[in-house]
Design a binder for this molecule. Sequence first.
Ligand code: ZN
Length: 188
Amino acid sequence: MALLPITLIGDKILRRKAALVKEVDFKTVELIKDMFETMRNANGIGLAANQVGADKSIFIIDISVIEGHEEIKPIVFINPKITYRSENKVFIEEGCLSIPDIHAEVERSDAIKIDFMDTDLKAQTLEAKELLARVIQHEYDHLQGVLFTDLISDEMKKKLKRELTKIKKRDIAFNYPVTEHADYQMQL
Ligand code: ZN
């Protein structure tokens, strides 16, 4: 297992729609293991493959570290597709390992339904609400090239502009390994 550098806002791969996974080979299994290690090292509860520079439609979630969610096992989502989003939407503060130390309220559906494949490439469906639905929507967006800072108010965007520029320039202290430049991509 290995810790992987995390891509930062401004990195090109974070803006690309992720490529579909056709087979879960040895390298993909290794990637997923490394993603878990990288996410936990950074105290994250979700991580998308392009956040470690891998162009694959995969994200992982582990919210069992959050009080009240201990019973929810870690989940690997391969080629996910959200098929339902509730009309009922809520504002919750979010953060992102690719946008360190920035938090802002984002409006999202309170409940969702998602189709995906597990690591055996077996089709799965999951209904999620509240925190789990929140994290899934955030990670799902990553695979479409969308970051949570795209979804905040214009006023908030203006407020955060300078901080975001600092992150892009790697002009802050990071608590975990990050990529060295905006063109970083993992060779798989
Ligand atoms: Zn994120």
